[in-house]
Design a protein around this ligand. Sequence first.
Ligand code: GLC
Length: 559
Amino acid sequence: MPERDEWWRNAACYEVYLRSFADSDGDGLGDLPGLRSRLPYLHDLGIDAIWITPFYPSPQVDHGYDVADYRDVDRRFGTLADFDGLLEEAHELGLRVIIDLVPNHTSAQHAHFRAALATGSGSAERQRYHFRPGAGRAGIRPPNNWRSAFGGPAWTRVTGAEGQPAEWYLHLHHPGQPDLNWANPAVGAEFESILRFWLDRGVDGLRIDVAMSLAKDPGFPDLRRGDDQHPYHNRPEVHSIYRRWRTVLDSYPGDRMMIAEAVAPEASELARYVSAGECHQVFNFAWLETRWSAAEFGRVIKGTLESVRAVDASPTWVLASHDAVRTVSRYSAPSRAGEAVGLERARAALLVMLSLPGSAYVFQGEELGLPQVDVPPAARRDPRWFQSGGSMPGRDGSRVPIPWTTGAPSYGFSPAGSSPPWLPQPASWGELSVATQERNPASTLAFYRKALQLRRTRLAGLDDGVVILPSAPGTLVLARDTGFVCALNCGSRPARPPAGELILSSTDWPDSLLPPNSAAWFQLSAPPRPNRGRPAEGHVEPKGGSKAGAHPESQTGRC
Ligand code: GLC
C-alpha cells in the first residue's frame, strides 16, 4: 500500500519565477537572497512548498531553462551558499523546496556542447547530443521537418574545422538549447549524479522540465499528423528514465518527490508518468486550456480524478504558470468582460481548485490578482517572441516583477537606486502591491490567505472522494466526504446556494443567492446524499471506496 500522508499528496505549492520575485542586489533581476527575505511572506500566505524556476549558471536565452552548469548557481541569482541558506530557512519555516531540473536540453554554452562542437562528426562528445547530416544535395536542408516550440526549424547547422557547412544539431526549443541524446547511457549517468548533488543538499522535490520529450525516435522520421506514435512526445522509452530516477529518490530519507511537466492528448497517457515506480506527480494543464464554464470545469475535474485514480496517484491542479496567460486576463478576454470580472472569476476558480483533493500549484502574483501585462514590443524578452518573428507575443506578460510596495520606480521589487526591473511594470502595479493589499481585509491577498488557511483546517485528512452533485445549469457543486461543499456559479443569473453554513465566499453577496462569477464553500450538517431517483452528474470515489458509513447512496452516482 502506498503511504497516504506524504507531504506532496495534498500540498499547496507556490511557483517562484525567480527572476521576477524579489531582487536583493539591485540589478533588476530577482535572486535567491531576495526570495529568502520573502520566505516569511510565503509562510504567512499558508502554502506548503515552493517550486523555484532554474537558478543555474546560464546565458539566459530562455531565462534559465538553458543550463550551462547543473551543479552551481548563476552569480546573478546568488551562490550555492545562498541556496543552502535558503533551503535551511525554508525548512525551519516548515516549507518544502522543489527545484527545477532541465534534462531535455542543456545550454549551447554547457561544457559538453562546446566539446561536441570542438570535435568532429561521430565523436563521443557529439554522441551526447543529436548531430545529423542534412537532407538534400550537400546536406543543405535540415534532417527532418521538426519545428522548434519557439518557431522556426528545430535544427541548426554547424560549421566544420575549415569553416565549411557541416552537420545539424537538434533543438526543440531555442538554438541555444541543444537537445540531449538520452539513448546514450553517459547522459543518464550524468543526470543521476546531478540528481544526487541536489538531493544530498536536501531538496524535497524536482520539477522535471519538458519531461515528455527526452526520448526521440531513433529513425528521426518527419512529423506527420495522425501517426500512432509521436517521434518525440511521450515515447515508451521515456518512462524507463523516470523509473531509474525513482529508485534514486527512494534511496534518500524523507518524502523526496518529482513532478513531471508533460502534455499529452489523452489523460491516460499522462497517467503513465505517475504509474507505480515512476514520478510522484504530473502537472495537469487541462484547466489552463478550459474556458469559463461550469460544465467544462466539471469535465476536467472528473477526467483528472478518474485518470490518476486508475494508477493510484494524487492529482494536481494548475490555474496559472510562467508559461500561460494570467488567470484574471484569461477569464476576462473571451467574453470581453472587464478585468474586474476576470478577477472575480479567478477568485472563484481558486476556491474550486482548493476544494479538491490533490496538490494545488499557485503561480506567484496570483494571490495579488495580477493581470497579464501588455509588455511593449520593444521591452519584450521572451525567446518565443523573437524566434517566431513576432508572430507569437510570448510569455513576458505573466512574468512582470512582483509589486511589493506602492512606490515607483520598482514597487519594492529592487532596493532604492537599483537598475530598472528586467521587464517594465505598469503604472497600476502599486495599487496591486502586497503592501496595499495587506491594509485591506477585502483584498485578493487577504482572500487567498483565508482560503489557504481554511483548506488546511477544513480539508486536511479528508478522503479523496469527490461527488459532483446535481445543480442548476451554469453551476457546479462539488462535495467532499464530511459534507464540505464548494458551489460555483458560471451562469449569468444568481443561483440558489446549498443549504449549509457558509464558510468562505469569493465575493460579497448582495442577497441570499450566489452571484454570477463567484464560488463559495459551505459545511453541510451531513455528507450529501445524491438522490437515487436523480443520480449525481458525476461521482468519483476514493480508491477503495468511500469511508465506512459515509454517504452509501452515492455509489449510485455515475463515474
Ligand atoms: C518548459 C518551461 C518553459 C521553457 C521550456 C524549455 O516548458 O516551463 O518556460 O521555455 O520548458 O525549457
